[in-house]
Design a protein around this ligand. Sequence first.
Ligand code: NOJ
Length: 578
Amino acid sequence: MAFTAVLALLAGARLAVSQNSSFPTSTAAANATQTSSGTGSLTTTFELSVDDFWDIYVGPVSTFSINTTVEPTAIPSSSLIPPPSLYYPPFPGGQQVPLQTKNESWQFPKDFWYGVAGAAYQIEGAVKAEGRGPSIWDVLTHRVTNYIVTNDTGDVADNNYYQYKEDIARIAALGIKTYSFSISWSRILPFGSGTVNEAALAHYDDLIDTCHQYGVTPMATLYHWDLPLYLQNTYGGWLSDSIVADFTEYARIVFNRYHSKVHYWFTINEPIVFCGFYPLPQNYFKATTIPDVEQPYWCGHHALLAHSSAYRLGKSINSSLSISFKTNGGYKIPRTDSSADADAVQRAWAFNEAWFADPVFLTGDYPSLLKDFVSGFLPDFTSEQIAQINGSGDIFAHDAYTSDFVMAPDSGIAACVANSSNELYPGCYNTTKLYAGDYWAIGPAGDPGTPWLNKATDWVPVFLKYIQDTWKPRGGIAVSEFGISEPYEELRTSLPSILIDPLRSQYYVDYMQAILIALSEGVNVVGTLAWSIYDNLEWTSGYSVKFGIQYVNLTTQERYFKASAFEYVNIIEKYLEK
Ligand code: NOJ
């Protein structure tokens, strides 16, 4: 199978694809225009296949020896024995299991779902297999010097593209009943739109069917940051409103194919984060004239339109689907009781969760503190767009890893808002992990590679209550990602030292207990997804930062359960309504 597209070479921007079109034959032509520095243009025509596209923009990629779908190997029963209890009294001798207490007033409702999550580029590998087109992350990892601190790529990752049956069998063996994965857009549509790649659709068919075979509920995310490269190079990706139609078309193909066997859908993952990747590094993608400071908000605008359009489409295909977008962030604790810090907290909500949650759950439009800024350059949503966006979320799916103290900038909020060169502009709030006094942190720190992440589980009940009271999601709240990078895990070289992950274990126990507290206070939490099913490519941190409840030996691609996997399952089983 071959896919082709139109390529143009733009002076000053090195290579950028100028127009999106695709051809159903293997011999289609492509127009390329090279503009010489302002003195005229030279046009030529040539053919561009998916392979050409890879060669020009990414170059050679690595592969792994297991390169066809494999049946699961038997899971050794010894690896399913839970780890010894964490605490041992010194006397009397021998392993002691302390009395397990249970708070009888806590309970997870019977239909509470608990699972694990991963995302295509972070786990699949097999990046060129069966017609996948490149995404922006193939360029970021292969071509942009120092973008990934470790020079890692997703070429092989966890080889999930071929080992997914084993991966699903393993979580089922643990007793985990839900698996959240993302679909790679550029597998389904190698150039982002146009010709559909049936091999990719068949792959996800089998992945979904395998979930059902093991009694695992599949949950699918349409977009977890791996934007088809062609769309970035053609029109600037999320910076252009052209993305709305292309995303909707992609959603149509996927919903049509899987709606009868996947009930839970997430459209876009963490728009605050992926829109924050703009501006992308210069000279690798299509150049843009949009000022840097505006780019995340143009992206967010189109993300809201794309999400809501896909939501309405999905519901028209199958009204029973649960469709939501995933947002992210932590509780925002005023660092002092000053009114300036209280104002800073309001700004922090407005420029984070409320940026997407107010439009979807409350008003169809931005919160006023954000609108004061974006109305200077973004078009107003039309009344049709407001109607489309408003109500386009069935559950409030939140990736809630940690929390922060929030305070006003040293120069004051007003001075910051008036000064676009202030480093905190346009949000004009500041954050810290330290309590006032600058001595104690909010909780134990994760790995130094994730300075944004401390264990702050004490703040989870109030955070969940805040979400419920503020956005009143009709389908409740899902903690759609949570987890912690065990500090210095990458320095551990022996398997037994890797497999006992005490901070992550405690994090899951305390976090689930915090959810139980919230539930007992009437907060409607419907499910959790631990990040992650196993260690994977942590984006710009490469493989150096570990979030897995399983360890993966990247040389052999063998998987091993860590202690946290058992702690997560145990605390749920202990409190799950029978
Ligand atoms: C959220 C993102 O969705 C995921 O891709 C990432 O690996 C985790 N956070 C951990 O940083």
